[in-house]
Design a protein around this ligand. Structure first.
Ligand code: UDP
Length: 336
């Protein structure tokens, strides 16, 4: 059974990927120091996967600790999630983001070289497209400078990976550029656990519906879109998770490749709000507010390459994701 090191495997996308890996017969080795996660997700993983994974509480920025994992286990491939991900926070404490996200990545890459793993999968983001000139982006759409230190860590992460692949590497790399992952596992055992006040739309919506927040503020209704609100490509986190399994199975000829992980369809903020009300049967209090600095008007993925070369497409709808996110929010209340 192949052993897959999953850094940040106790986090939001990481935990869902662990479930998909177990379902497909892999053995995930989670490395996570739980600084941005919680035992709730690990307990959920135990419910869903039993003992078909292992967990090590390790900070990947401590190189010797990370290397000891590779020394004691024959790791076949690495999926690297562990990173800070708040755009706003990264503007307040940029050094913390650069240190954690880039040193962590470089340590993991060095371990992949040293221990000759087969494959490396990097969590990248559509943030590397910056404010694109087109609404729908292809993998070949030129990258642009991002708006935040967080975005730069993904942009520079891809650059570091590209640079090391100028020389032959023992491992193949796939960079997966996620669009907007939302939702939760349909079982309600794992989902998104925002720390403090959520920055992202979906957790803010579900927390408002649960009465934790008074109302949602829609950031800007004067954008040049049909209803004036921003458009994003929201994708169910379980679909994102399955893309990682396909990435591991991918046998492409290129040592380094890049894939968009989205649905190919854009949805506006107001459409999300209305769909949530339909799915939950609740009235969601919301107000129209000012634009949020740094927000781009519209972006959604072209997913032809992922479909053609990874044999992967999103299977779940935005409504499925909203239903699962709301189910998760209600389960979380029971943990309080
Ligand atoms: N958004 C909003 N209210 C919120 C949070 C987000 O109107 O409380 C909007 C935000 O301006 C953007 C969209 O929802 O247009 C998605 O935001 P999110 O932070 O989830 O993702 P990202 O901006 O990184 O694509």
């Amino acid at each position: 059974m192949k052993k897959i090191l999953v850094t940040g495997g106790a986090g939001y996308i990481g935990s869902h990927t662990v479930v998909s890996l177990v379902e497909q017969g892999y053995f995930p080795v989670i490395v996570d120091d739980l600084r941005n996660s919680s035992l709730v997700l690990l307990e959920g993983l135990k419910e869903l996967c039993g003992d078909r994974f292992s967990f090590l509480s390790i900070d990947i920025c401590e190189k010797s600790h990370l290397f000891s994992v590779f020394e004691s286990r024959a790791i076949d491939a690495v999926i690297h999630f562990a990173a800070y991900k708040s755009v706003g926070e990264s503007c307040d404490v940029p050094l913390r983001y650069y240190q954690n996200n880039l040193i962590g990545l470089m340590n993991v890459l060095e371990a992949c070289q040293t221990f000759k793993v087969e494959k490396f999968v990097f969590s990248s983001s559509c943030t590397v497209y910056g404010e694109p000139e087109v609404r729908q982006v292809f993998e070949s759409t030129p990258k642009r400078l991002p708006e935040s230190p967080y975005g730069f860590t993904k942009w520079m992460g891809e650059q570091i990976i590209e640079d090391i692949h100028r020389n032959p590497q023992p491992f193949n790399t796939l960079c997966l550029r996620y669009f907007n992952p939302i939702g939760a596992h349909p079982s309600g055992f794992i989902g998104e656990l925002p720390v403090g006040i959520p920055n992202n739309l979906l957790p803010y919506i579900t927390q408002t519906a649960a009465g934790i927040r008074e109302h949602l503020t829609v950031f800007g209704d004067d954008y040049p879109t049909p209803d004036g609100t921003c458009i994003r490509d929201y994708i169910h986190v379980c679909d994102v998770a399955e893309a990682h399994v396909r990435a591991l199975q991918h046998e492409g000829s290129l040592p380094l490749d890049v894939f968009n992980i989205g649905t190919g369809k854009g949805t506006s903020v107001l459409e999300m709000v209305r769909s949530f009300m339909d799915v939950s049967g609740l009235n969601l209090p919301y107000q129209l507010g000012a634009r949020r600095p740094g927000d781009i008007t519209e972006i959604f993925a072209n997913v032809e390459k992922s479909k053609r070369e990874l044999g992967w497409t999103a299977q779940r709808s935005v409504e499925d994701a909203l239903r699962d996110a709301w189910n998760w929010e209600q389960q979380l209340k029971q943990h309080d």
